[in-house]
Design a protein around this ligand. Sequence first.
Ligand code: UFG
Length: 330
Amino acid sequence: MKIIVVGGAGYIGSHAVKQLIENGDEVIVIDSLETGHRESVPQNIPFYQVDIRNKEALKAVFEKETVDGVIHFAANSLVGESMTNPLKYYNNNVTGTETLLEVLIETGVKNIVFSSTAATYGEVTEMPILESTPTSPTNTYGETKLAIEKMLKWTHKAHDLNYVCLRYFNVAGADASGTIGEAHTTETHLIPLILQVPLGQRPHITVFGTDYPTKDGTCIRDYIHITDLVNAHILALQYLMNGGESNIFNLGSNTGYSVLEMIEAARAVTGHPIPMEIGERRAGDPALLIASSEKAKKVLGWTPQYTDIKYIIASAWKWHQSHPNGYKGE
Ligand code: UFG
């Protein structure tokens, strides 16, 4: 396959690029480098530093490169920031994707795999979450991703453009090589923050709330390894190229771990006591989020392999230990 990966220099995008190359696919990367890292993408493949809102520059790339499909990761993705600066999210995520879709239609690209999120569901009481569970986002980030899903639905009805939306649960871990991984300037995710303690970068991890209606009072999440997640994108693209109908799939491991269980597992992996403090609830955090990924397994033939939480944390630990400051200094 010849693929353009939009947002290919981000955490998830860079893992997709690596896996596609290893599979023998031809890969072209577009990234604005607003939050991505040039160092996370091999130097020997075509790379275009283009913002998806810049239609002229974007179209020039698609006119030069004829591809079988697009995987679209480019977005702002901080839930907290999306609440204080909602228009930034509408502008980059929604307007940016609208521009991308115009270019795809004008240049005849027929297949797109889109990076969506469990944040499209909002507060859900019945677990596990199915694709048919009603969507009601509780933050702007999830709302913009849902708006894009709907934009894809209507665009597909009017034009010859097929899509798969993949709703991610908690993506974690790093490639087994330890050469690429999660490196955000503003880090908000649990596993990298826990690992900053054994790295000596923070004195303790703060647990956001212990009064949730869960077994130990802390929030439960469904963690999915990045390699499994990326595999689903490749299967989704093959599915579209084989004539599969436009669709939406959850990507999770169908298993939930509490914040306390995650800290305990990180202690076992790192051999560090990882002191913790109990803090207030973080606004907008649902108590429980667990996916049913049966549909992706059935329709795409997806089989997650790295479901052991200790492996997930160990792969992140390998990356953070060898790159304590992310890509800085590479
Ligand atoms: N947490 C802590 N302490 C911290 C950081 C996180 O206790 O220092 C807790 C959170 O309260 C939450 C859990 O750890 O209960 C996981 O938090 P993350 O920030 O790692 O992940 P979220 O579940 O909040 O967010 C993830 C994705 C988002 C997506 C969301 C959908 O990262 O992109 O799921 O619900 F929008």
